[in-house]
Design a protein around this ligand. Sequence first.
Ligand code: TYM
Length: 343
Amino acid sequence: MRVVSGIQPTGDLHLGNYLGAIRNWVRMQDALEPGSETLFFLADLHALSQPHDPAALRAATLEMAAALVACGIDPDRSVLFNQAQVPLHAELQWLLNGTARMGWLNRMTQWKDKAGKNREGQSVALFTYPVLQAADVLLYQATHVPVGEDQKQHLELARDIAQKFNNDFAPKNEDGSDAPVFTLPEPIIPGEAARIMSLRDGTAKMSKSDPSEMSRINLVDDADTVMQKIKKAKTDPEPLPSEVAGLAGRPEAANLVGIYAALTGAEPAAVLADFGGKGFGAFKPALGELLIETLGPIRDRFVTLKQDGEALDAILARGASKARERGTPTLSAAYQALGLVRH
Ligand code: TYM
């Protein structure tokens, strides 16, 4: 098993990132069998697809590294690095640009959502973003990619690119069979927490790009802030239903119940068995307490870790060197398959 995944170092790590992806990263790292490996990275090259402030990007990269370690990513057991220190990602992206089709990228919902009506004004990087994402995982022969639901389409594209590249360019073994250059990666998407929604609008995903701080719980929020955000979360006036079917048409209620379920590891039906018939006046404080209990220790570790920039730099440098080693054979094979020589 080769587990690979990434996160953009823009803004704080929020509850959607944690429950949708990072918690799974940690679980996969902790359950790893000998011979398998986990690689996690900060997608700082992807951050260039949007207007950004260079000093802020540098600070956010270190902070996100601290946040991942605080969540349980252990740099001694996982390869933890940032893309910019591993130029192989950018190199492989260029090779894959020859395989990816304009039509495939035009269909990406993230591109359509982020570009909106102003496609002409977007950076080329925003459009080709999913090709870099494909390079991120194909470079390491990733077998499993733990992500939230919103990244599923990008992973399908990575599979399409790998498949087409293998079809078009894979060299032959001696017996005439194909020797594929790339492995087709499998997305690993959590059930309950695949899509954590905004606290202000149960139909929009919780996101770092939402201008309202009240829409998301950040891992750096203190206990009072967490409780306040949950108490002010948008809901409806009805009490909670006793059955899951009663959540239909109530996206905000469904989201809060889903968060509770994801935090406790219970099914939403079990949460409703406890809280059905009760109002949000009873449910919200219970949810707030649960969040504080889960996130408090992570926050405390984060606050300590982020003060030691030198230690974080050393972690990333060590991870980058391992990542370069892991990625080199595949990159060389891709060059060779294309009729290029890489020294
Ligand atoms: P990013 O930085 O937006 O998010 C990091 C991870 O968090 C998940 N996530 C969510 N899950 C559930 N509910 C939400 N509201 C929510 N918001 C975010 C995302 O699905 C993701 O798993 N393009 C990627 C970063 C990336 C990457 C990769 C991921 C770059 N290269 C290669 C996997 C493999 C992104 O912007 O994620």
